[in-house]
Structures are given as structure tokens and as C-alpha cells.
Design a binder for this molecule. Structure first.
Ligand code: HEC
Ligand code: HEC
Ligand code: HEC
Ligand code: HEC
Ligand code: HEC
Length: 470
């Protein structure tokens, strides 16, 4: 059986060549993969070789085999039709002939030398390519938005791979394969801008987030104080105080917001690919009872089902892009922008929403606009508060550069957070909109008390804070 397979495959030179190519490529893949498992990290180019080019070589080689076999069969058949013996497909090597022995020896020698040369050249080539500051330029532009936001997040000490790959050999290989394609698409400028979100092949949170965060941990209630500044001359301050019912598992039962990720609860939902419009929601409770909440309007375009996990709410755990208003409020609160500058909130909003071609242009333009405003409207401050005005301009430039990336077409609101609800990012209200109805008429609740207690809503001097911080 094995014998006849070999004779079939090697009877025509095309099949023979194919088998050799496939075999050599296979040996190289196994070798490189083994090296990588043993801890040698050859970098992205070696990945392209191991996970793209060589496998393509294997496939190419394998494809040649049937071609050769068919060719040979055709030749045999033609010979049979003419009642002739089939011509030998391959030359006969007669080792009794001194000349043949010489040629054979020379071929082996040349073969060995070229193998060494090819191996050396490949090694050198990979080394040289990797020393080219490729990722510092092309890759950097592509990943700049995420990398910038990542550095400001509470996950800045993690590696990208902690969430994007996680542990385990199967995901390692999967990520290597998709990573290699990504490298090629980046090199050939085939990538879309902005990089699309959600990430459809993101690993389930159970294998990433839950390696560090226990889903069963009880967080309980969490106090949130938001300080907001108005767009009047005084940049008037108000505060919003929320008591978030994060909850979690306590004893046998879960409550509050983290009830969704209780081990016993399973929520699946149907949405369009953007995951911003949710249609059917199917809930399997801890007691095994299944309920489906449906919307009145059915989906028109393509839909997909997904099991809810951490990233359906925390969809920007590491790449949190904020809106101008929140950024300016934070900067005013912690003094990066002087809150005594008249109209600075309003002016900040205006300059941040301007159009700039690059970060450099934005920084220059924003600083000039801010200085210009005070020069024309508050000439006295323009000199007495010159330092504060310069600082405000620089801080606003930072805010722009943290959130807007013209080259990648990432601007305010391109990447929305699902961890809340507002006009342009429905978040929780994708389901909690009182429009998802079960057959018995029950709705997914939209009660303002379900998720938080609003202890103060845009108040000047909330009573509750006096009680908490006497
Ligand atoms: C704490 C976990 C975490 C870390 C660390 C992390 N990411 Fe992500 N990233 C995510 C999640 C979750 C999404 C998917 C968001 C979605 O699907 O809605 C994502 C999405 C992305 C996207 C798609 C575009 C977008 O903004 O949604 C890119 C590109 C990306 N990450 C790059 C990176 C890079 C580069 C790093 C390292 C500098 C990194 N990520 C680190 C969790 C993480
Ligand atoms: C390798 C460990 C690790 C992984 C994986 C990880 N985290 Fe974290 N996470 C941390 C650490 C460390 C902190 C910071 C805690 C602190 O600052 O007190 C943190 C903080 C947080 C916070 C609170 C701070 C904030 O920014 O709001 C949230 C929410 C969070 N992580 C969600 C996630 C989600 C969702 C994922 C999966 C996409 C994830 N984490 C994956 C380690 C991890
Ligand atoms: C239904 C939406 C939802 C899901 C699902 C969800 N979270 Fe949260 N989580 C929230 C909200 C809302 C908060 C409170 C955010 C805030 O205001 O700071 C929060 C808070 C947190 C915090 C901060 C707690 C603290 O001590 O400050 C961590 C960490 C966290 N979540 C991790 C996770 C992890 C890990 C998962 C998956 C196992 C998960 N969350 C699933 C909505 C969710
Ligand atoms: C994919 C749909 C979906 C999304 C998105 C979603 N939820 Fe839910 N949520 C549900 C369903 C279904 C229930 C159960 C409804 C019921 O019991 O009537 C629920 C129940 C709750 C409960 C009550 C839990 C309990 O103790 O029984 C809270 C609190 C809650 N959600 C908070 C949130 C918050 C906060 C967000 C956004 C950060 C959010 N949810 C996003 C589907 C969703
Ligand atoms: C399904 C859960 C859920 C429901 C229902 C809900 N909220 Fe919220 N709400 C949230 C979450 C989550 C946040 C964001 C907290 C954060 O940013 O960390 C939030 C934030 C807020 C804020 C602060 C936003 C800001 O200005 O920064 C207000 C005010 C608010 N909600 C009011 C309401 C009112 C009024 C209702 C009833 C119509 C309501 N919420 C219903 C989950 C919910």
C-alpha cells in the first residue's frame, strides 16, 4: 500500500517535485514551530514565513502531486491506445556507469552547498528585515490610537496579548496566523481605517479578563462623583452623584449589575454586526428556565448571536476614548487647565471640535486659538495670566492627541463605550430600553433605580456629599 503510493507519486517528475517541495516545507514548519515553542521568538517576519509562506509551499507541493499523477496516467493511456509500452517517466540511473556516479556525487555536493547558502540567506534576511524599524513606523500608525489609550488606562502594565491572545497553544497558533495576515495587510496598506470594532474573533472573556478578575467577586455598591463644568463665563461647577449597584455574587445568589456574569446565568443576544442594535435577548436563569425578550421591529440586515460576557459592557477596558466634555471637565478638576480662566470650558469645546490634519497641526492650532481668544476678549488677562493660557492650550492639545487620530480616521465618538447610556452611545439601553418584551408581557427593566441610585443630578452643592464628607 505504502509502496504503491510511493511509486504512484514519484512516477512523474511533477509529482516528484511536488512531494519534495511539500516535504521540505513541512520539515521547515515543524522545525521553526518547535523552535518557537522552545522559547525562540523570531518576531513577526518569521511568523509570516512559518505560518503563511511555508504552509502555502506545502499546499503548492501537494497540489502538484495529482497533476503529475494525472499526466502520467494520460501518457500511459495514450501509450496503451497505440499498443506501445508506456515510456519510462523518469530517467534510469545506472550506478555502474562511472559518469552517472560522477554527476550524482556533484549534484549531492551542490545540493548541500545550496542548502547551507539558502538557510544562511533566510536567516540573514529575517534578521535584516527585523532590524528595519517597521513596527516603529507603519505598525505604529495603525495601532497608535489603541496604544495611546492603553497607556492611560488602568491596564497599562498589561501586555496587549493578555487580552488579545490569552494563554494556551491553540490560541497561540490562531493569533500567529491572523497576526501574519495582519502584518501583510499593514505592509500592503490593505487595512481599514478606522480599525473596525467590535473585534469579532476576540477571545471569550472567560479566558482573558477572568484570569485576573474573579467574576464571582462581590463588588457591592460603588459611589461615583462626576464634576461638570458649564459653558458660562464662570465655568460653573455642578456635581452628579451616583451609587452604582455593581453587586456581584454573594453566597449562592448574584445581584446588581454583575448578575449578568453569574456562572449560572446565560444571556445570548441577537444584534447587527456593530452590536449597537440588539434584537432578541435570550436569558437562561440559574434554575434553567429560558425566556426570550423580543423587540417589535425585526432585524432587516445581517444578524449574529453572541453570548454576553464582560466585554459587552466593558468594551473599552483598555482603549477608552473619551468625549471632549468629559476630558475638559477632568482637566479642569485636576488643575491641568486653570478653571478661573473665563469661558475656558466653552472655548475648549470649540477648539477640540476643530478640524486638524495631524497632531502637530492640532497642537499649534489649538494653542493659537486659545491665546487668540483671550487676546481679543480679555486683553488684560492675556498678559496677567499668560502662563495659565499657554498651559491650557497645551493641555487641550494633549487631550486632542489622546483621542483623535486623523491618519486612522479616529475622531470623537468613533469608538463608543457601552458602559453606560447617553444619546450617542446607548450602552445598557441597547437592552434596557423597555422595548424588549417577553411573551408574558414582562420587559427588560429600564427603571432608573435598577442600576444606580442617582443621589444628586447636576447639583451645585449636593447635600449627600456634605453627609459623606462632613
Ligand atoms: C484589558 C484588555 C485589553 C488590553 C490590555 C488590550 N486590549 Fe485591545 N481591545 C480589548 C477589547 C475588549 C477590544 C474589543 C472592543 C470591542 O470588540 O468592542 C479591543 C480592541 C482592540 C482593537 C480594535 C479597535 C478598537 O479600538 O476597538 C485594536 C486595534 C486593539 N484592541 C489593539 C490593542 C493594542 C495595540 C494593545 C496593546 C497596546 C491592546 N489592544 C491591549 C481589550 C484589550
Ligand atoms: C493580566 C491581568 C488582567 C487582565 C487579563 C485583565 N485585567 Fe482588568 N485590571 C487588572 C489590574 C491589575 C487592574 C488595576 C487594578 C487597580 O488599579 O486597582 C485592572 C482594572 C480593571 C478595571 C477597573 C479599572 C477601570 O479601568 O475601570 C476594570 C473595569 C477591568 N480591569 C476590567 C477588565 C476586563 C473587562 C478585562 C478583559 C477584557 C480585564 N480587565 C483583563 C488586571 C487585569
Ligand atoms: C452588564 C454590564 C457588565 C458586565 C457584563 C460586566 N460588568 Fe464589570 N462593571 C459594570 C459597571 C456598570 C461597573 C461600574 C463602573 C463604574 O461606574 O466604575 C463595573 C465595574 C467593574 C469593575 C470595577 C470594580 C471596582 O472595584 O471598582 C471591575 C474590575 C469589573 N467591572 C470587571 C468585570 C469583569 C471581569 C466582568 C466579566 C466577568 C464584568 N465586569 C462584567 C458593568 C458590567
Ligand atoms: C444584551 C442585553 C443586555 C445588556 C446590553 C445589558 N443588560 Fe442588564 N439585563 C439583561 C437581562 C435580559 C436582564 C434580566 C431581565 C429581567 O430579569 O427582567 C438584565 C438585568 C439587569 C439587572 C438586574 C439584575 C438582577 O439583580 O436581577 C441590572 C442591575 C442590569 N441588568 C444592569 C445592566 C447595566 C448597568 C448594563 C450596561 C452596563 C446592562 N445591564 C446591559 C440584559 C442586558
Ligand atoms: C441598565 C442600567 C441603567 C438604567 C436602567 C439606567 N441607568 Fe443611568 N447609568 C447607568 C450606568 C452604567 C451609568 C454610567 C456610570 C459610569 O459612567 O460609570 C449611568 C449613568 C447615569 C448618569 C450620569 C451620567 C453623567 O452625567 O455622567 C445619570 C444622570 C443617569 N445615569 C440617570 C439615569 C436615569 C434618569 C435613568 C432612568 C431613565 C437611568 N439612568 C437608567 C446604568 C443605568
Amino acid at each position: 500500500m505504502i509502496h504503491s503510493f510511493f511509486s504512484l507519486v514519484t512516477r512523474h517528475w511533477i509529482s516528484l517535485l511536488g512531494s519534495v517541495i511539500a516535504l521540505v516545507a513541512l520539515v521547515l514548519v515543524v522545525m521553526l514551530f518547535g523552535m518557537e515553542l522552545a522559547g525562540y521568538h523570531g518576531g513577526p517576519y518569521l511568523g509570516i514565513l512559518t505560518y503563511m509562506l511555508l504552509p502555502m509551499g506545502i499546499l503548492f507541493g501537494l497540489a502538484l502531486i495529482p497533476i503529475g499523477v494525472l499526466r502520467k496516467r494520460k501518457i500511459d493511456r495514450a501509450a496503451a491506445n497505440h499498443h506501445q509500452a508506456s515510456p519510462a517517466g523518469l530517467p534510469v540511473i545506472d550506478l555502474n556507469d562511472a559518469r552517472t556516479r560522477g554527476v550524482l556525487l556533484a549534484s549531492v555536493a551542490i545540493g548541500m552547498v545550496s542548502l547551507v547558502v539558502v538557510a544562511g540567506a533566510t536567516y540573514k534576511g529575517v534578521e535584516v528585515m527585523e532590524s528595519v524599524p517597521f513596527c516603529g513606523t507603519v505598525c505604529h500608525t495603525v495601532m497608535e490610537p489603541e496604544h495611546t489609550a492603553f497607556q492611560r488606562s488602568s491596564h497599562s502594565k498589561l501586555r496587549c496579548a493578555d487580552c488579545h491572545i490569552g494563554a494556551g497553544a491553540d490560541w497561540f497558533v490562531k493569533s500567529k496566523i491572523s497576526g501574519s495576515w495582519q502584518m501583510v495587510s499593514v505592509a500592503l496598506h490593505l487595512y481599514p481605517t478606522p480599525i473596525p470594532s467590535p473585534v469579532h474573533n476576540l477571545r471569550p472573556a472567560r479566558d482573558t479578563c477572568e484570569q485576573c478578575h474573579w467574576p464571582t467577586r462581590h463588588v457591592g455598591d460603588k459611589l461615583q462623583v462626576r464634576t461638570k463644568f458649564a459653558d458660562d463665563e464662570a465655568n460653573s461647577v455642578t456635581k452628579t452623584v451616583l451609587l452604582m449597584k455593581v453587586g456581584g455574587q454573594q453566597g449562592m445568589a448574584s445581584s446588581g449589575i454583575h448578575w449578568h456574569v453569574d456562572r449560572g446565568v446565560k444571556i445570548r443576544f441577537q444584534s447587527d454586526p456593530s452590536r449597537q442594535n440588539v434584537f432578541d435577548v435570550e436569558m437562561t436563569a440559574a434554575d434553567g428556565k429560558v425566556r426570550t425578550f423580543k423587540t417589535r421591529e425585526a432585524a432587516t440586515g445581517p444578524v449574529e448571536w453572541r453570548q454576553m460576557d464582560c466585554v459587552d459592557c466593558h468594551n473599552r477596558p483598555s482603549h477608552t476614548f473619551k468625549m471632549p466634555s468629559l476630558e475638559i471637565d477632568n482637566a479642569l478638576e485636576d488643575g491641568r487647565i486653570d478653571k478661573t480662566l473665563p469661558f475656558i470650558k466653552r472655548e475648549g469645546m470649540r477648539v477640540l471640535n476643530g478640524q486638524y490634519a495631524s497632531h502637530e497641526e492640532a497642537r499649534v492650532g489649538i494653542a493659537r486659538e486659545v491665546a487668540g481668544f483671550y487676546k481679543t476678549s480679555y486683553a488684560d488677562l492675556s498678559t496677567s495670566k499668560a502662563a495659565a493660557i499657554t498651559k491650557a492650550g497645551n493641555s487641550l492639545g494633549d487631550i486632542y492627541a489622546w483621542n483623535v487620530f486623523p491618519k486612522m480616521k479616529v475622531t470623537w465618538g468613533t469608538y463608543k463605550s457601552n458602559l453606560g447610556h447617553d444619546d450617542d452611545a446607548p450602552g445598557c439601553f441597547r437592552c434596557h430600553d423597555k422595548k424588549h418584551v417577553a411573551p408574558d408581557g414582562d420587559k427588560i427593566s429600564g427603571s432608573c433605580k435598577l442600576c444606580h441610585a442617582v443621589l444628586a443630578d447636576d447639583e451645585k452643592d449636593p447635600e449627600i456629599l456634605k453627609t459623606l464628607k462632613p
